[in-house]
Design a protein around this ligand. Structure first.
Ligand SMILES: Cc1ncc(COP(=O)(O)O)c(C=O)c1O
Length: 433
């Protein structure tokens, strides 16, 4: 933990918020009103599920609607931000966000669709080497995706999907255990696809070490960065990651169902040995409108894009990336460690008084902006009561986890205090102080 305080007084939380912090951009966001409690606005801790709306998003969307009104079909070329190349504007800031070269990144589709497109290229099973490794607690969509892929290639999902489980009595995976599983099954593993930050426990895994270990056994390595993008600094190019995808609706605040990002390492671009599923947006833009029957693949991650992009979904991503560019991931991470450390210290004082445990690892390099708490009460009911009685929005993952995401850009120390106070009130009948 970094700079942790165990002072549980509300005044102290308020005082912590007086220090200026470049990563706090609360005024740039629309904070939902509270349905209950003493404060007009919610203390919002569900940004790892759906981030809040930046104030600038509405104008961005309106500008794109105005362009459609004014230009009709000519908006493809004549709009202030021509639609035909709109996605180009997202490439560089998205690349900065995940530590990539611009040509390695494309914003397109939604997350699971991108995982499918990337698996189509990077999961190349043979009779012997046909397994995909995921976490046992992978987000269900990833589990369904990899099971469907192995079945699609004629393998049995029950044996071809290798699920990593923590040691008995532990919640988080250990890097050394992941690597030893890879080594134990070295000849049968084709692909490793893990979450960089686990959605349930908030655990950050050692992406460079696991990527290197996967390559060491001859597997391709991809990352689901849904809970990592905008949460922790990433260096996908330097880590030699083969492929990755993330959504933009959690820490990136680009709205429900927002577009996904996809990363393909430069070393794979233009490699004719790697097949792709293609459409007209995969081909070189210079000859796209020559209506040729055979594509000319682009030497960028765009080669994996299939359809023309949904322009009205691009503006919110643009707004989001502008904020991340302006603040920078290092400042976001630094504030995140302070907020999360403070919230952890407060929650620990509740754990001393009731049946509750924090399952998210404590070391700075093992967690992002999320604390997952295991409780022995009905989590759906608990989350509902925290909202209706105290105006604190967290979320539950059944059967027994409540997740709190102190998002750097808009959560305050006082929000953390409110979250701990609400949890304490609901679990022990007493406040935090
Ligand atoms: C880790 C993870 N993977 C995949 C998904 C599925 O995302 P989508 O519905 O955008 O495909 C989610 C959604 O929350 C997620 O958290």
């Amino acid at each position: 933990m970094t700079g942790v305080s165990t002072d549980t007084r509300e005044d102290h939380a308020v005082a912590l918020d007086t220090a200026s912090d470049a990563a706090l951009r609360r005024d740039d966001f629309l904070i939902p009103p509270a349905v209950g409690g003493a404060f007009p606005l919610t203390a919002y801790f569900a940004g790892n599920s759906l981030g809040l709306q930046p104030r600038a998003t509405r104008a961005e969307l309106m500008a794109d609607l105005d362009a459609w009104e004014e230009y009709g079909v000519h908006g493809h070329t004549d709009a202030d931000r021509p639609w035909v190349s709109y996605h180009e504007q997202l490439r560089a800031p998205a690349a900065r966000l995940v530590g990539a070269e611009p040509r390695e990144v494309v914003i397109m589709n939604s997350l699971t669709v991108n995982l499918h497109l990337l698996l189509a290229s990077f999961y190349r099973p043979t009779a012997i080497r046909h397994r995909i490794v995921i976490e046992d607690s992978a987000f269900p969509s990833d589990s369904y995706a990899v099971r469907s892929h192995v079945a699609f290639r004629g393998h049995d999902p029950e044996t071809a999907v290798l699920r990593l489980r923590p040691r008995p009595g532990e919640d988080a995976l250990r890097t050394e255990d992941i690597i030893s599983t890879l080594n134990d099954h070295a000849h049968s593993i084709a692909t490793v696809l893990l979450g960089g930050v686990n959605y349930l426990t908030g655990e950050v895994v050692d992406m460079p070490a696991i990527t290197a270990a996967g390559h060491g056994i001859g597997a391709t390595v991809g990352w689901d960065l849904a809970h990592a993008a905008g949460n922790i600094p990433l260096h996908l190019h330097d880590w030699d990651v083969d492929f990755a995808a993330w959504c933009s609706y959690k820490y990136l605040n680009a709205g429900p169902g927002a577009l996904s990002g996809a990363f393909v390492h430069a070393s794979h671009l233009g490699n004719p040995a790697i097949p792709r599923l293609e459409g007209w947006w995969s081909t070189d833009p210079a000859s796209r409108f020559e209506m040729l029957p055979v594509s000319t693949p682009q030497l960028s991650a765009d080669a994996w894009s299939v359809s023309n992009p949904p322009i009205f979904s691009m503006g919110p991503v643009r707004t989001s990336l502008e904020i991340f560019d302006a603040v920078g991931m290092d400042a976001i991470r630094s504030r995140s460690l302070r907020l999360t450390g403070y919230l952890r210290a407060l929650l620990m004082t509740i754990a001393d008084r009731c049946d509750m445990a924090i399952v998210t690892p404590e070391a700075d390099d093992r967690h992002g902006a999320q604390l997952s708490v295991r409780v022995s009460t009905d989590v759906g009911d608990l989350v509902e009561r925290m909202s209706s009685n105290w105006g604190v929005v967290a979320d539950d993952r059944r059967p027994d986890i409540v997740r709190f995401a102190p998002a750097s850009l808009y959560c305050t120390f006082h929000d953390c205090w409110r979250a701990a106070d609400a949890l304490s009130q609901e679990l022990t009948g007493e406040g935090i102080a």
